[in-house]
Design a protein around this ligand. Structure first.
Ligand code: ADP
Ligand code: ASP
Ligand code: MG
Length: 429
């Protein structure tokens, strides 16, 4: 019989929690304490500290255009390293443990190297190791391309899940193993009303619903990978985000039935990985948008906000945002297009940022957009672009105004004040 799901806990430790040997030993002690309570444990680990960035820099020092397959083979080693070290640290404490790669843990993905999506999880080996009495340490952020195992059953192609992907490994394993809990240990105490590193007044939330957490993540709150929140939502996995350095209550991400009664603005998110591109005096005729955005899509550049100004004298300006990391690629793709369609030119700005207010009740609450724009105006922050959805309002601003924008929005929407619904729940214990 396999292990009982109820006493099975999936834990994930992020890179900053594993930055050096001493931290790895502390994480191992924490795992050992959880194990001593009788829990069966699957522990997902990220690469140590800045390892993933360092590996990317190494590849960039070799070539401008690293092969996607080789890059994934390289990046996956970061998580192999930390998984083995955590396992050894547990052995040193007398705790039985074994490290597994993503593929050994049964994680298969689609074929998109560098941003693969998990296609399936068959954790037979994980279950077997649990039944053998091991704590199972799984290298996060990676899987094996579906259908790539060779005919002899040998290992297939390694893929990685995109930055922050270990969160997704943890939630996917928790869903597949029907674990009682999925705990994401990180370098802050939980989910806050804004990034606590930028907004000192940010307040920790006791609970946040999947929809609002998904939007915060999509708008740049890196504390959880977007795909991890989606998988949690689809599979109804309750996720607890908590500190790996101190014993303090964390934040629960789960279905939030009280969402309608809460403050309409639940939190702020920001994103610096943004650049603005403007095509000047583009001829105003059918097919132009296709000529611009088709080649960008073919090059794999994700275009976010798009603004086309009112045309005059048969021409119009088109502005849009792309991830800052893709700006050089976007320019290279667009230079010939600009010439072909007879536009006046192209300008770019890599010093912009996005700031968003997020809340599930925003769509039926008038006045929030005006309050956001007024607050930014009072703070002397110029708005360059605006976009809205049912659950957020986003402005593109100059990056130098970001801290000021976040602090004034946090104050204007009274986010430092506990939500009355949360306060009542906390008082009730
Ligand atoms: P890990 O290495 O554990 O995966 P990350 O760096 O990916 O950690 O995510 C944690 C960081 O997310 C925090 O240090 C914090 O600066 C940032 N962050 C951004 N927005 C938020 C938010 N709303 N609540 C908590 N942390 C946030
Ligand atoms: N190590 C990977 C990254 O830095 C995955 C993760 O940390 O979740 O993005
Ligand atoms: Mg992370």
């Amino acid at each position: 019989m396999s292990s009982q799901p109820a006493k099975l806990v999936v834990q994930k430790f992020g890179g900053s929690s594993l930055g050096e040997a001493a931290r790895i030993r502390r994480v191992a002690q924490r795992i050992a304490r959880a194990r001593a309570t009788g829990a069966d444990l699957v522990v997902v680990v990220s690469a140590m500290g800045d390892t993933t960035d360092e590996l990317l820099q190494l590849a960039a020092a070799i070539t401008d255009d690293p092969d996607a397959r080789e890059l994934d083979m390289l990046l996956a080693t970061g998580e192999h390293q930390s998984a083995t070290l955590v396992s050894m640290a547990l052995h040193a404490l007398g705790v039985r443990a074994i490290s597994l790669t993503g593929a050994q843990a049964g994680i298969t993905t689609d074929a998109s190297h560098g941003r693969a999506r998990i296609a399936n999880v068959e954790p037979r080996r994980v279950r077997r190791e649990l039944d053998n009495g091991n704590v199972v340490i799984v290298a996060g952020f990676q899987g094996q391309r579906q259908g790539s195992a060779d005919e002899d059953g040998g290992p297939g192609e390694t893929t990685t899940l995109g930055r922050g992907g270990s969160d997704t490994t943890a939630v996917a394993l928790a869903a597949a193993l029907r674990a009682g809990r999925c705990q994401i240990f990180t370098d802050v105490r939980g989910i806050y009303t804004a990034d606590p590193r930028l907004v000192p007044a940010a307040r920790q939330l006791p609970v946040i619903g999947y929809e609002e957490m998904l939007e915060l993540a999509q708008q740049g709150a890196q504390v959880m990978q977007v795909r991890a929140v989606e998988l949690g939502w689809i599979n109804d996995v309750e996720i607890e985000v908590l500190s790996s350095f101190e014993d303090a209550p964390g934040t629960l991400i789960r279905e939030d039935p009280l969402v309608e009664q809460r403050n309409k603005v639940r939190g702020l998110a920001h994103d610096r990985n943004v650049a603005k591109v403007t095509l000047l005096a583009v001829p105003d005729r059918p097919g132009i948008a296709r000529n611009v955005f088709g080649p960008l899509a073919d090059a794999g550049v994700i275009v976010d906000m798009i603004v086309q100004n009112v045309g005059h004298d048969g021409a119009t300006d088109i502005s849009f945002t792309v991830p800052r990391v893709d700006l050089a690629k976007a320019e290279k793709v667009l230079q010939p297009v600009v010439g072909e369609m007879g536009a006046r030119g192209i300008t770019t700005d890599a010093t912009v940022a996005k700031v968003s207010i997020v809340g599930a009740g925003l769509h039926n609450a008038p006045g929030y957009a005006a309050r956001m724009f007024g607050t930014l105006a009072d703070a002397g922050v110029n708005i360059e672009m605006i976009s809205t959805s049912e659950v957020r309002i986003t402005c593109v601003i100059g990056e130098s105004g970001l801290s000021k924008a976040l602090e004034s929005l946090h104050a204007a929407f009274e986010l430092e004040r506990p939500d009355p619904v949360d306060a009542a729940a906390l008082a009730a214990g």
